[in-house]
Design a protein around this ligand. Sequence first.
Ligand code: PRE
Length: 382
Amino acid sequence: MAEDEKNFVAFLGPKASYTHQATLSAFPSPPYTLTPLLTIEDVFAAVQFGTVTRGVVPFENSTNGSVVFTLDLFADLNNKYPDILVCDEVYVPVSHCLLGHDLKKRSSQNPSGHASNSLPETGSMQIPSRTLPQPIIESPLSSGTITPTHSDPHPRKPRAPPLADLSLITKLYSHPQAWGQCHPFLNTYLKGVERQDVSSTSRAAEIVAHDESGNSAAVSSGLAAEVWGLDVLARGIEERGDNCTRFFVLGKRKGEEEYVGTEAERTAEGGGEGMDNTAWKTLVSFTVDHENPGSLAHSLAVFEKYGLNLTSINTRPSSVRNWNYIFFVEIQGRRCGGGGREGPVNQALEELGKACRGWRWLGCERRQVVVRCRMTVEQGSS
Ligand SMILES: O=C(O)C(=O)C[C@]1(C(=O)O)C=C[C@@H](O)C=C1
């Protein structure tokens, strides 16, 4: 790879996604050239094939749990991404907005009634009645009334009320992770409205920006509203005020040698010679013999034996047969690179090899604190 290609970083886009915000906090541009890609798998592929040196993907949300798309790519059941390694983590506080076209506001700003942008081309098709100007009525759901039901006797209250009438909205777009972070708001004010999963929250904003009927809305960020020219119909709709997403920075294993970080990463606080191992976490996947009682317990016991704290555990179907799983653990500590066999993580992994059916080292990340992202519209747009 040429010297000037070293600073290419791919992320789950399009622009103004939360992943974009995470990427900017880890890779302020310049000197980095940031490349938005449409899916998490596109980011894995770009790192694997060396089109970029780093990739940024979401891994886990504090309210809604793991991002299964990312876990499945780490599971790598078809051996497409054998060289992908985690090399850092980034935390971003996530506050969602409901974005759309506030027709009431727009008509008061533009009393002539002419749309500021033309409606999507409909050809010879009839314009559906929902795209024609409609009297704006208050949504019966906007009252904020939450009715206890048999299945949900104690429904949680939304943290924020809508800022606009939501009665025209018939379709919602977002990344599936976001739905699970906004249950009380969506179940109170938009109950029963069709939800369409899309590849990211900013992709949702981009789609809604092209539908000026007022019938669609996106769960996305306030920044995406500015970047995609949308109105904020509600702000702070996440269920918990401390909602936060953890992102991984991906790098590529080089040849036979293990990933040991860039020079900057090695010499950063907590890295390099004499590093403090507790400042790192190591991600490992493994499979066990499901017929053998205690095989999972024996595998996990090796970490206890070497005094290694586990900070997360996840499972995904292994695809070998139904109800067989691949396990993912994060261990506090760092695997020493350069073929060294010393250190508790190295020793535990060597012993894991005897206790489990197969395992894979997926990289080490420095433990980070939550960063308050100060991304500007200019950064989000570029
Ligand atoms: O980065 C984005 O905007 C995404 O849509 C991804 C993602 C995720 O997968 O967790 C990122 C942050 C939020 O938790 C919701 C969605």
